[in-house]
Design a binder for this molecule. Structure first.
Ligand SMILES: C[S@@+](CC[C@H](N)C(=O)[O-])C[C@H]1O[C@@H](n2cnc3c(N)ncnc32)[C@H](O)[C@@H]1O
Ligand code: SF4
Length: 455
């Protein structure tokens, strides 16, 4: 085994993916009937555009690796009912804001938002446009299960203004897919791409996963070859997060078929090298994009941000989440809706904003959030800037700096001076581990295995 791989495997530990800081397990229960959330919404400024996220927690069949908030249904009635709750939530949120806010990004995630029928999707977009000022340049994106994409759906997306579709290809290895209860052929993904492109959806992203049962570096190279042949603009290459203590259905995956962390390392490396040899540029820990993609522009001009979907060029000052479990963010903190659809429904029908959890930022959280975001986006940090911006004592990060000296010794990071360092660009699998040094909450709660391993 090469030295570098051995070093990273030795360091491998359970750390968050830092799609937020602090991470969702640290949000606190909020039983004020949505008043704090209402207050935060009323503080938004008409001058700054916001981002909207819509969560559809329904799928037709459960993938055993799934870490998302979703429920299985074969019927359309629960989806139709849920959309009526979303319409009411749109009105409640818009009323709380008090003006027709500009919107620069809209993301539909899930679950499988592709299950929404074309006419209902158009209606949903119309309801959004009635209460929000969706800017002409607004990026409207949707996560789609390739098995569900039809001609009519693709047409409705273009009509509704959707510009980007993220297709859950996952793998092009049938043995891997069937071992996790996902019956999906290459032809289904190719058809989805064809339908979306011919309808006029401008940008196509793929989700691919490594670390699933039966996967190895060869299987990953095969999947990458097939993926690249379909010419996506972006690829998100996620490591399977196996957390059966959180998602009980993951126990359906026999652990003896899961690759060990040495194989996971090889799989990530094989996929990452294949993508780079084919003109994709790495972004953060697990995204890859073509050089003309907006993510690369934001990487180069340093406006890249980490968010709940991964990485984004979205620079909106606030994110508003709609639907069960969705998370929003304002200058005050994070606000999460009730995760269970029944609780979400009850609040909406009672005329209350369905916010169930909050995290209010203290100054120390804002400082660490900025640092962790910078490390997760760029793999480097200049703490002189942080100290100056927040008017901190020069010794504020002494503990972290001394913890980091070990990573310097093993050549995973390089210090430029006492307060600025760069993580080895080849060590993307270790970026989360280095970022976690600045996580004040992880240290206090290190006993509980809440997260998946970093590799
Ligand atoms: C909401 S799904 C995408 C849309 C659609 N439901 C589908 O599966 O095609 C979000 C993505 O999260 C990723 N994902 C889900 N569970 C995961 C896990 N446990 N570990 C890593 N990635 C996961 C998958 O790549 C999936 O495409
Ligand atoms: S991976 Fe996608 S389709 Fe599969 S259960 Fe999760 S959300 Fe549904």
């Amino acid at each position: 085994m090469d030295q570098f791989k051995e070093t990273i495997l030795k360091l491998d530990r359970a750390v968050p993916r830092y799609t937020s800081y602090p991470t969702a397990p640290h949000f606190q229960k909020n039983e004020d009937g949505g008043r704090q959330y209402q207050n935060a919404l009323s503080h938004l400024s008409p001058k700054n555009p916001v981002s909207l996220y819509f969560h559809l927690p329904f799928c037709q069949k459960l993938c055993w690796y799934c870490g998302c908030n979703t429920k299985i249904t074969q019927r359309y009635a629960p989806i139709e009912d849920y959309l009526h709750l979303i319409y009411r939530e749109i009105d409640m949120v818009a009323d709380a804001i008090g003006f027709k806010s500009m919107v620069s990004h809209i993301h539909f995630g899930g679950g499988s938002p592709g299950l929404i029928h074309p006419k209902d999707f158009l209606k949903l977009m119309e309801r959004i446009r009635q209460r929000f000022d969706v800017l002409a340049e607004c990026e409207i994106a949707i996560e789609l299960d390739p098995r569900e994409v039809t001609h009519d759906l693709a047409q409705s997306y273009v009509q509704a203004g959707v510009k980007r579709a993220s297709l859950g290809c996952q793998s092009f290895d049938l043995k891997v897919l069937s071992s996790v209860n996902r019956q999906q052929t290459y032809a289904m993904s190719a058809n989805a791409v064809e339908q979306l492109r011919s309808a006029g959806v401008e940008k196509i992203s793929f989700d691919l996963i490594y670390g699933l049962p039966h996967q190895d570096a060869r299987s990953i190279e095969h999947s990458m070859r097939r993926a690249i042949g379909l010419k996506p603009d972006r690829v998100s290459f996620f490591g399977y997060a196996h957390v059966p203590w959180v998602k009980k259905h993951m126990r359906l995956i026999p652990e003896e078929f899961l690759p060990d962390n040495g194989s996971r390392y090889d799989q990530f490396l094989a996929g990452s090298e294949y993508l780079q040899q084919n003109g994709f540029i790495p972004v953060g820990i697990d995204h890859f994009a073509k050089s003309d993609d907006s993510l690369i522009k934001s990487l180069n001009n340093k406006t890249l941000r980490r968010n709940f979907q991964g990485y984004t060029d979205d620079t909106a000052s606030a994110l508003i989440g709609f639907g069960a479990s969705s998370i929003g963010e304002t200058a005050e903190g994070y606000f999460q809706n009730a995760p269970q659809t029944e609780l979400y429904k009850k609040d909406i029908l009672d005329g209350k904003l369905p916010n169930h959890k909050v995290f209010t930022f203290e100054q120390a959280d804002k400082i660490r959030k900025e640092i962790i975001s910078e490390l997760m986006c760029y793999g480097s940090i200049d703490l002189h800037e942080t100290i100056q911006k927040w008017d901190l004592d020069d010794n504020y990060f002494n503990l972290e700096i001394s913890a980091l000296s070990y990573f310097d010794e093993i050549e995973l990071i390089t210090f430029k001076d006492r307060l600025s360092f760069e993580i080895n660009q080849e060590a993307r699998l270790a970026w989360r581990i280095i970022a976690s040094i600045f996580d004040a909450y992880l240290v206090r709660n290190s006993v509980e295995p809440k997260h998946a391993q970093a590799v």
